[in-house]
Design a protein around this ligand. Structure first.
Ligand code: ADE
Length: 476
């Protein structure tokens, strides 16, 4: 991932980010840092980049011209997401870091003086971000905070094999306390359970400590956690039909827009900000209308499981794109994997995956899942969520985990289909999801008999309802 920082103090950025974990990530080429001195682009003979504000007022403003030219030099006409660091921006969160970590390149614009000429901001900025409700002397420190938080999510940067992006750290709980050697320090012993070797007990203990700590230190977060947990519990009365919402909530992704589930009802509208997916379940058309009316602008896709919602969302510009069966794996024990050479895919395999999976981008016009295109595949690879099966050392198929949490995108080459390669790949992905404490589930096109049979063979259960994916049409 490449960070471009437009700044008046490039050395502040390069000095601040060249040691420790960031330094190593830079050396390894996992991230790249391009600190651009805005002053190099001024047309003023004396290197001036600021001037007085029209209408009067204290201080100086950074002028539009040098910033715009620095920006143009970096992008060369390409569309690159551009963040302006400002206390007036949206608050930076872990969720935002994860979203931005999926970009290939990112521009961070650091302001100084009393601000920047509005016209250049209108021209180039895609996101206004603040790191907190306080005012710094410039955007550089804020930019460095953002780079650190985003870069640690890039696969390989933290040095562990597992992608930190796929871990459930958005579930509104703070981390549990940790201990290292010695076993007793100043009379204080390490909690016994941590020495037991019983990983199930350790997990349970850690969860309890996380909850206690969150309730005490961040009651605001704890309230959110409790509300989610309660909703998950209610939805569990019909797990097969609700697993998509349960997983979205328990992984801390879906925001509840509307529900009466806490009062024993069955209405719920969830929105996953990152993927722009809305998930709706409604008791009757009246409730459906209500929910459809509050869906956010950014909601590109909707998943529904009551037929009457199709017409309701249709009136709001959503078009049906595919009908699926939902299947879930309810056991806790991992599945056997026959073909063992399965690995996380790197960007080297982007062409292979797109060639076989995205319509109009490869020889095989395979069915395409909603929202799956080249950019989506690139993001899934970046997130460490695509896996490939290698037969005799050669890539023969792939599968992955979608943004919203289901698994899918399964493809196996024609001549490897009857030897259990698909089953191995899916079993492997299911096992990875189990390790993370997730309930693996997937959506299968209604008419994909081979895939439906595979789910049965692997012991997945089907939901009774049919699931319909709808996409907001931009055409009038
Ligand atoms: N620039 C000045 N203060 C800032 C803040 N709190 N967040 C982001 N950028 C800033």
């Amino acid at each position: 991932m490449k960070f471009h920082v437009l700044t008046l103090f490039p050395e502040m950025i390069t000095r601040g980010l060249t040691s420790g974990i960031m330094g190593r990530a830079l050396e390894k080429g996992l991230i790249q840092l391009n600190a651009v001195n805005i002053r190099d682009y001024t047309q003023e003979r004396h290197g001036k980049v600021d001037d007085y504000p029209y209408g009067g007022g204290a201080g100086m403003l950074m002028q539009a011209q040098p910033i715009y030219e620095a920006y143009e030099a970096v992008t060369g006409g390409k569309a690159v997401r551009t963040v302006y660091l400002t206390p007036q921006g949206e608050r930076f969160t872990q969720q935002k870091a994860a979203e931005l970590a999926e970009e290939e390149e990112l521009i961070l614009l650091c302001g100084h003086y009393e601000g920047i000429d509005e016209r250049v901001l209108e021209e180039i900025v895609t996101d206004y971000i603040s790191i907190g409700d306080y005012v710094l002397t410039g955007g550089e420190l804020a930019g460095m905070v953002m780079i650190d938080a985003i870069a640690r999510l890039v696969p390989g940067v933290l040095g562990n094999e597992d992608s930190s992006q796929e871990e459930s750290f958005f579930n509104d709980l703070l981390e549990y306390p940790q201990y290292s050697r010695p076993e007793v320090w100043r009379g204080k012993a390490v909690p016994e359970v941590l020495l037991s070797g019983d990983h199930r007990q350790i997990r349970a203990w850690r969860l309890e400590r996380s909850k206690e700590r969150t309730a005490l230190r961040r009651p605001d977060l704890y309230g959110k956690y409790q509300a989610r947990q309660l909703a998950v519990k209610q939805l569990a009365s019909d797990k097969r039909n609700n697993i998509h919402m349960m997983e979205s909530l328990s992984r801390g992704r879906g925001e509840i827009l509307y529900t009466n589930i806490w009062a024993g009802g069955e209405n719920m509208a969830l929105y996953d900000h990152d993927s722009g997916i809305c998930m709706l379940t409604a008791e009757d058309p009246k409730e459906g209308e209500l929910m459809a009316g509050i869906l956010p602008e950014g909601g590109e896709l909707a998943v529904i499981s009551q037929p009457f919602l199709e017409e309701i969302l249709g009136k709001r510009g959503y078009r049906p794109i595919l009908r699926c069966r939902q299947a879930l794996y309810t056991q806790r024990n991992p599945l056997p994997v026959r073909h063992k050479d399965i690995r996380r895919l790197s960007m080297d395999s982007l062409e292979y995956v797109c060639g076989h999976y995205c319509p109009d981008q490869g020889p095989e016009k395979a069915d395409c899942e909603p929202g799956v295109d080249r950019e989506y595949i690139r993001q899934r690879i970046t997130a460490g969520a695509m896996y490939g099966i290698f037969l005799e050392g050669k890539l023969a198929g792939f599968g992955g985990i979608h943004r919203e949490g289901s698994f899918g995108m399964l493809y196996v080459e024609e001549d490897s289909r009857r030897i259990g390669a698909g089953a191995s790949l899916e079993a492997y992905i299911i096992n990875r999801m189990l390790e993370k404490g997730w309930t693996p589930y997937c959506h299968i096109f209604e008419d994909n008999q081979a895939s439906l049979r595979l789910q049965e063979k692997l012991g997945l259960y089907f939901a009774s309802k049919t699931f319909l994916w709808m996409k907001k049409s931009t055409c009038k």
